[in-house]
Design a protein around this ligand. Structure first.
Ligand code: GLY
Length: 404
């Protein structure tokens, strides 16, 4: 080859390599220069103002549930409804994130009406109701009265555990015999807390037994989970693998997968037993490898729903996933952690964008649009929900506390 040709090839090659390197450096710079501090602080400040507004709309003896934008109507619940702990819990998180004492005071008012649920033995949701509320209050300001309320609540929850089945019963309504839903994994953190405070190992043992039976019975070969497993209350045999809120008995209801991911991450944190970490990672990998996962990583309401513009998303599942992945990333090796953290970052950025994040007093002060409570019952469809807001704010705080 002539000297001139060699020189030309050399110039072309080096300029190609140089341009690739420049692009890579640019994207690396974009990544590292993203202002996470700014995003988190801005989101927390705006959320604090929004929740103060929401507080002005909620009657003293009620908790907010959702808001119907089209008719400007706030729907509220009594404190026996499963979501009653999220509103005070979010106010407390926002107090923690902003230092604004007014938020704490607003939360305290709501704890007064919630207190009586410690005696409620008709629900498995006492972890959501009492630990997300009193638990967070007590975490920030240790309080003997709150501890007593929660310990009584843990006793109430424990009454729903039948040794013959090895699980806490979820629902008393419906035609099931002894239904257990994947969501129930979310109440176990409360039981671990109760064991630590009371020195009574029973709560912890019960949580472990429940988690082990759920791990054995609730998951399919592809690591997705059923929503409801129905048991024979005498023998503990499985009598049905079903759904209540999902697309079909065999589908992967998005929020159910998120509850499982969060629940087994907590199980690992509380026990350090690697089998729970493995389970959490299996659920995370099932979720993140979904072919039907939109680019913004906010899932369709069910992973088996046909995707597309018209298909509803569930922002609540997105928020729960984001918060759970931020914790899971702390327990795994660097490559896995990077994968989970990158996914959680996309979820947080999506939820913070105009598509999901309500502005000012839009949505009555709720934070996130586009959640789905129970589509098949035509209940809470494409609306804001208190638990979507709670796990979104939790994810913001976790990011701020663990990654900034
Ligand atoms: N635990 C009820 C729900 O996720 O809708």
């Amino acid at each position: 080859m002539k000297k001139a040709s060699i020189a030309i090839i050399f110039v072309i090659l080096t300029s190609f390599l140089f341009s690739c390197q420049t692009k890579e450096t640019q994207s690396e710079q974009e990544e590292s220069s993203f202002d996470w501090d700014g995003l988190i602080e801005d989101q927390l400040d705006k959320a604090a103002a929004q929740y103060k507004h929401l507080s002005t709309l909620v009657p003293e003896d009620r908790m907010p549930k959702t808001y119907y934008q089209d008719r400007g109507e706030l729907e509220t619940s009594n404190t026996g409804w499963w979501t009653s702990g999220f509103f005070p819990g979010t106010l407390i998180y926002l107090y923690e994130g902003t230092g604004d004492k007014e938020l704490w005071d607003l939360a305290m008012k709501k704890l007064e009406i919630l207190e009586k649920e410690q005696f409620n033995t008709g629900t498995h949701d006492l972890g959501f109701m009492l630990y997300c509320s009193f638990g967070n209050a007590n975490r920030l300001e240790s309080n003997e009265a709150y501890k007593e309320i929660m310990l009584k609540g843990a006793e109430s929850l424990a009454t729903r555990f039948k040794p013959e089945v090895g699980l806490i019963r979820s629902w008393d309504h419906g035609s099931w015999q002894y239904p257990v839903i994947i969501d129930n994994m979310m109440n176990l953190e409360f039981l671990f807390w109760a064991s630590k405070v009371s020195d009574d190992e029973r709560f912890k043992e019960l949580a472990i037994t429940h988690a082990d039976h759920t791990m054995k019975n609730h998951f399919r070969n592809d690591n997705s989970s059923y929503h409801v497993i129905d048991y024979d209350p005498k023998s503990g045999e499985i009598v049905g693998r079903l759904t209540a809120q999902g697309l079909s008995d065999d589908s992967a209801w998005s929020r159910g997968q998120a509850w499982g991911l969060y629940g087994y991450t907590v199980m690992f944190r509380e026990t350090m037993d690697p089998k729970y970490l493995e389970q959490a990672q299996k659920i995370a990998d099932f979720t993140l490898n979904q072919p039907n996962f939109p680019e913004d990583m906010i899932p369709y309401w069910d992973f088996d729903a046909e995707g597309g513009k018209e298909t509803l998303r569930d922002a609540s599942a997105g928020a729960i996933n984001a918060s759970a992945l931020l914790e899971l990333a702390k327990y795994v090796d660097q490559a896995e952690a990077d994968k989970y953290l990158a996914a959680a970052e996309i979820m947080i950025q999506s939820l913070s964008s105009e598509k999901y994040r309500a502005k000012n007093e839009e949505l009555g002060g709720f934070l996130l649009k586009h959640s789905v409570g129970h589509l098949k019952a035509n209940s809470e469809v494409d609306v804001p929900l208190t638990y979507a807001d709670y796990y979104f704010v939790e994810a913001l705080l976790r990011y701020k506390n663990w990654y900034l």
